[in-house]
Every structure is written in structure tokens, then in C-alpha cells.
Design a protein around this ligand. Structure first.
Ligand code: TTP
Ligand code: MG
Ligand code: MG
Length: 452
């Protein structure tokens, strides 16, 4: 292991919620909750002001509303967050060629590889400068951890939250870890935590004391050995620039071409199942579902569909793969089939609500053409033309011909409430319009910091 704390872990503070507060001056310093607002919605994240009430990620939205009835409730704007994320990742890449993003708001950086730091003092300086630069470029705060290994750097950034920097000096790791809950170690979820507790182990120090044999007895060989090493703060994992696995996919080649369409469908479902098992095994989720078909004449087609958010849900992947198959002609026979998921993210929790939404949309699409009466077809054609079906989602930007740029604060019973403000304005005023007001139209998010 290296002797200087030159592995940096950055994690943005309350990322989605802070981005919304930066965009909307009236929400700064307030409880802001971002997530699915439908009946089955969950909290994606919330501002630190909302965490005081006990609200947290993955909590059912109904429960959040009971705990913090006066908070602002917004639906996520992934495109907007991705742009901010790219700005932040750009700053990290200025520090080192070895940047390993873990999610939109989080990455490891090997400072030594970039020559940005070689000892504790230079690492501290680089970390502090990074935090200041992030603030200037995005207006947001991120917390930084510095240590001699990835595991400790991540623990340090957690301790630094919010808006801080923590250095764990090499040599002090075991002492620091000893009193901490076993849950702090990577790979220890509730189930493993329970296993260990039944063996009388609740802290990292107790894992170290128990010895490798005992931990292996409790958890099995592979997991036990790895966990024991982590408990001793042994973590040699390097920072890797690009994710090795940009996608998870499985495919099968058939000895005899498959002609039967029903059989092709079944094979695709089977591959989707295997793909999801692999995905979950790697604790990943992904946004894009890919179907690969090689036909009897070796012509190979790929079809893909991108969801609103990452998924590792079996039924979502199955349905998407089945839909993709419907657009492929397989009458001549199929030689190879594959199902993959790309656009990977680490946090599988993300976006349960987006999946629900995607499923609902999929269902709406699924029974589109054939089985419809003419009246129904006509009705839906009218719906598509009518501008009145515009949806005003809470938090999304709008433009009004007279009042300018604003965002949707809420809507219902034919009305939409808009607050007119921009990232660099004073908190703005609220006005209410009819949902079909011709002067009101959806708008793109404004940049958080004007150039220069
Ligand atoms: P996190 O970094 O886990 O959380 P955070 O940035 O909101 O707050 P913290 O200060 O504690 O780091 O996740 C980053 C973003 O990912 C978060 O803002 C929203 C999204 N996310 C989800 O959509 N669902 C989830 O379950 C989690 C944990 C995060
Ligand atoms: Mg974060
Ligand atoms: Mg994070």
C-alpha cells in the first residue's frame, strides 16, 4: 500500500437537491425533496435541511410527505444533473488521468498518477483546490476524502460530509476502523451484518480480533478472506480510469438455427434472466437494454432501448427485450441471440419511480396498433395533436411570454403555479396560470454559472 494519502474520493453533497437549490434561489436553505411524486414514488435524495426531519434516499414519498409536509417536492431532471456531473468529472480529469467515476456524483482520483500530489501536504492542497474549483464552476459543494486506499478515501469523504475535507493518515487506519460498525466495510449489507452479529461481531475491530479462520467459518471462503483483509485496512485495489465493464451481456449460439418464433421469444426471456443475474451479481444497474440477433445468413442486428433511469429489475429488462424482438424479422432462422444492459450505474436503488413510469409507458405502447377499434385509434390521434395534454412536472423549467423564465411549483385542477426566478436572480414571485395558457411553454434548464 502507498505511504501517502494520495487517493482522493469525491462525493457531491445532496447532489440532485443541491443542483435544484442552485437553480432555484427560493429553495436555498430550505427542505427540498427530489423523487418520484406518483403514488409509488420514492425519494431519490433530499437537501440536508430535509434530512433533519428524518427523510432519506429510497424512502417512500408518502412517508417523506408525512415527515416534512412543508418541503418542496420536485421530480428529478437527469439531463440537468448529467451536465453538472460532466463539469465536475472534467475538473477531476485535470488532476489526473486516473479518474474512476462510480456514479453521477462520485469518483476516485489517483493524485499520484497525475503528479498532482506526492505527500500529505500536497494532497490536502489539491483536495482543497478541487473543492474550491467545483464551487466556482458549478456553485455546488462536494466532500473530499484522502487516504492511501480506496476504501479509506471513501470512508473519509463520508466523514467529511457535508462540505468538508478529511484526511486519513497512513498508519492510523486500523485504529480508526476498529470501533466502527462492520457495515462501513464495502460489501457488508444487512444480511452479512446479521450473520456477523450472530457470530458476536458488530465492529470492524472485532473482525480483526476474531481472525481470518473464524470470519471464513461465518461467511464462507471468498467473502470471509476479502472482508478480513478490509478489516485490517488492507485494500490494494487500484484506481481504474475506465470502467472495465461498460456493459453486461450474455449470448448464446445455437447449433441448429431456430425458426420457431415462440422458441425465439423464450430464448430471449431466458437470456434476459441470465443478464439480470449477472448485473445484480456485480451490483450494477443500467439504462440501455440491447438485443442482438444473428440470422441464418450471418447478418447481425442490434436493437436497443434506453429507459429513463437505470434498472436491474427482471421484468423491466424482460419486457424491453421482448419489445425489441418484435421489431426484428426472424423468419429465416436465428443463429445467435444476445441480451445486454449498458449505460451502467453503481446505485441500483436509483429511480424506482422511473422504472415504474417506464413500465407504465411500455404497457401503453404495448397495446398500440392492432387490437384497437377505430374510435380508440381516432381518440388517441387527437390526444397526440392536442396541446392541452402538456404535463407540467414540479421543478421543471418554463418560459412565459410576459414573465420570462421560471419553474413549475405545482399543478392541478387545470392550473399550474410558476415561480419566476433564475439561478442568479433574487428569489422570485409566484403566479398561477391555466394549464393550457398559450403564453406558457416548457424550457431548458439554465446554466448554473454564467460563463466567465
Ligand atoms: P448520493 O451521493 O448517495 O447522495 P447525495 O449526493 O444526494 O447525498 P450525500 O451528501 O449524502 O452524498 O447519491 C447521489 C445522487 O444519486 C443523489 O443526489 C440522488 C441519486 N440517488 C438516487 O436517485 N437514489 C438513491 O437511492 C440514492 C442513494 C441516490
Ligand atoms: Mg452525494
Ligand atoms: Mg454518491
Amino acid at each position: 500500500m502507498r505511504t501517502a494519502p494520495t487517493i482522493l474520493h469525491l462525493d457531491m453533497d445532496a447532489f440532485f437537491a443541491s443542483a435544484e437549490q442552485a437553480a432555484k434561489p427560493s429553495l436555498r436553505g430550505k427542505a427540498v425533496i427530489v423523487g418520484g411524486l406518483g403514488p409509488r414514488g420514492v425519494v431519490a435524495t433530499c437537501s440536508y435541511e430535509a434530512r433533519v426531519f428524518g427523510v432519506h434516499s429510497a424512502m417512500p414519498m408518502a412517508q417523506a410527505r408525512r415527515l416534512a409536509p412543508n418541503a418542496a417536492y420536485l421530480v428529478p431532471r437527469f439531463g440537468f444533473y448529467r451536465e453538472i456531473s460532466e463539469q465536475v468529472m472534467g475538473l477531476l480529469r485535470e488532476l489526473s488521468p486516473l479518474v474512476e467515476p462510480l456514479s453521477l456524483d462520485e469518483a476516485f482520483v489517483d493524485l499520484e498518477a497525475g503528479g498532482a500530489a506526492w505527500d500529505e501536504a500536497s494532497a490536502r492542497l489539491a483536495g482543497a483546490k478541487l473543492r474550491a474549483d467545483i464551487r466556482v464552476v458549478t456553485g455546488l459543494t462536494g466532500s473530499v476524502g484522502l487516504a492511501a486506499s480506496k476504501m479509506l478515501a471513501k470512508i473519509a469523504s463520508e466523514q467529511a460530509k457535508p462540505d468538508g475535507l478529511v484526511v486519513i493518515e497512513p498508519g492510523t487506519e486500523r485504529e480508526l476502523l476498529a470501533p466502527m460498525s462492520v457495515r462501513i466495510l464495502p460489501g457488508v449489507g444487512p444480511a452479512t451484518g446479521d450473520h456477523l452479529r450472530r457470530g458476536g461481531i458488530t465492529t470492524v475491530g472485532e473482525i480483526a480480533e476474531a481472525g481470518e479462520d473464524e470470519v471464513v467459518r461465518l461467511l464462507g471462503k471468498a467473502h470471509g478472506i476479502a472482508l478480513y483483509a478490509m478489516a485490517l485496512a488492507h485494500d490494494e485495489r487500484p484506481v481504474v480510469a475506465e470502467r472495465d465493464t461498460k456493459s453486461v451481456s450474455v449470448e448464446d449460439t445455437y447449433d441448429v438455427d431456430i425458426h420457431d418464433r415462440v422458441r425465439v421469444r423464450m430464448e430471449v426471456q431466458r437470456l434476459a434472466d441470465r443478464c439480470v443475474r449477472r448485473l445484480r451479481g456485480a451490483h450494477l444497474s443500467g439504462r440501455t437494454i440491447v438485443l442482438k440477433v444473428r440470422r441464418y445468413d450471418f447478418s447481425t442486428l442490434t436493437r436497443s432501448e434506453t429507459l429513463r433511469g437505470p434498472t436491474d429489475d427482471l421484468s423491466v429488462v424482460r419486457e424491453a427485450a421482448a419489445r425489441l424482438l418484435e421489431s426484428v424479422d426472424t423468419t429465416g432462422g436465428v443463429r445467435l441471440l444476445g441480451v445486454g444492459v449498458s449505460g451502467l450505474a453503481d446505485y441500483t436503488q436509483e429511480d424506482l419511480f422511473a422504472q415504474v413510469q417506464a413500465q407504465a409507458e411500455a404497457r401503453a405502447h404495448a397495446d398500440e396498433p392492432e387490437h384497437r377499434t377505430q374510435d380508440e385509434a381516432k381518440e388517441s390521434a387527437e390526444e397526440q395533436e392536442a396541446p392541452a395534454v402538456r404535463r407540467w412536472s414540479a421543478g421543471h423549467d418554463v418560459w412565459h411570454a410576459e414573465f420570462g423564465h421560471g419553474w413549475v411549483q405545482g399543478s392541478g385542477i387545470g392550473r399550474v403555479t410558476v415561480r419566476f426566478e433564475t439561478p442568479d436572480s433574487e428569489p422570485g414571485r409566484v403566479r398561477t396560470f391555466r394549464v393550457d395558457d398559450p403564453e406558457l411553454e416548457p424550457a431548458d434548464p439554465l446554466p448554473l454559472r454564467s460563463a466567465g
